[in-house]
Structures are given as C-alpha cells and as structure tokens.
Design a protein around this ligand. Sequence first.
Ligand SMILES: [Zn+2]
Length: 228
Amino acid sequence: MSNNNKPGFAGKGYYIALILCAAAIGITGYWYYQSESNVQDIPVEETILQDIPADAAQVQDVPAIATQPATRPDTPSAPARTMPSVTPKKELKTMCPVEGAQITGYSMEALSYNQTTRDWRVHNGVDLAAEEGAPVVAAADGQVYTVYEDDYLGYTVVIRHDDGYTTRYSSLTEEIPVKSGEKVTMGQAIGCAGSTAVVETTLGSHVHFTVTKDNEPIDPAEFLAIGK
Ligand SMILES: [Zn+2]
C-alpha cells in the first residue's frame, strides 16, 4: 500500500499495473496452492509406484522361467550320471584256480609242521596238488599286479581284484603268459602248476594259493565262497 503514496506513478496505467500485479499474485498463489496439492499427490503416486516393485518381482520370475531351459540340458545328463553309478556295482565272482586236492590248509593262528623246512610255521594259504604243467587260472576278474620269482615260493603271479582282494599263485613253472598291469578275467590261464617253491618241495607239484583282503591274509576258502 505504500506504492499508492508514490507521486510519480499516478494515473490509470498505474492502477492497471497494480491490478495486474494483484491478479498475478493471486494466480501465483493459486498456482502455488495447486502445485502444493500436486506435490501432495506425488506421495500417492509414489504409493502407486510402490506397486511397481511388485511388478518387478513378477519380472524377476522371468529369469526364473528363463532358467528352466537351462535345466533342460541337466535333465538328460541326470540319468547319464546315474548310469555309471549303476554299472560299476557288480558282485565279485570267484573260482578255484586249479583242479586238485588241498594238501595243506590255511593256518595263520596255529603253527603247522613243514616237512621241507622241518620246522613249525604258519601257512598263509592253501596248497593245491596238481600235476606239473596243469593250467592255473585267475580266481576272479582283476588286474595282474606283479609277476616275479619268489626266493621261497618260486614263480609267483599276484592279481588284484575289486573290494580290496588280492590273490597270489606260487610254485608255478617258469612259463607265465601274463604280465604285470594286464587285465585278466576269471578262468583265464595265468600259469602252470610246478614245484618251484623251495620251502615246499616235499609236496611235489602243486600251487601255493593265498588271498589277502585289504593286505591282510584270509582263508582262501572264504574268498572262494564269494558269489556261490
Ligand atoms: Zn603252501
């Protein structure tokens, strides 16, 4: 209202300008009020926008759906994994390595008299009588671990089998058709009965047959009973 006292601005133009200013203030005030109300609406819109994350969660389902095709390759590979786990599980089958009567039994707990060495000692296997040259076969599927001439038991073949079993065939003749590392099947010829075991020469031609389970000697009869 102090503007009304200014002498230099008298006249219609001044009042028109004053009215316009008042109108402008009024419009501005109205606009401000409206804009404030608009701002107050924004939180409402924001609450609406808060639903969008819910939609975004649905969008997150899309990658989950997209992973379903990725699982498809696993589906055929899954039975492929189970197949090898089924195949290696096979029962060990055994057979006597030579046809012949047992002339010395397994005796690891009690000493038995040895006619050749003329002393009492344990016997870690069985002696199976067989004519010189009689075929000796692998008692089970396995892999030849070693072939060597033992100082006491003569020409010897050692075969490793599943489940920690090892079979050993001694007093063989020098002619041995298998080598170390060679895979053999049950019944495959691995040598011939002989009399090369210097500690058992009084027994004549035979096979000194021993079996170990996890490197501990067991009764060969126990091994030969597997799968029967
Ligand atoms: Zn023996």
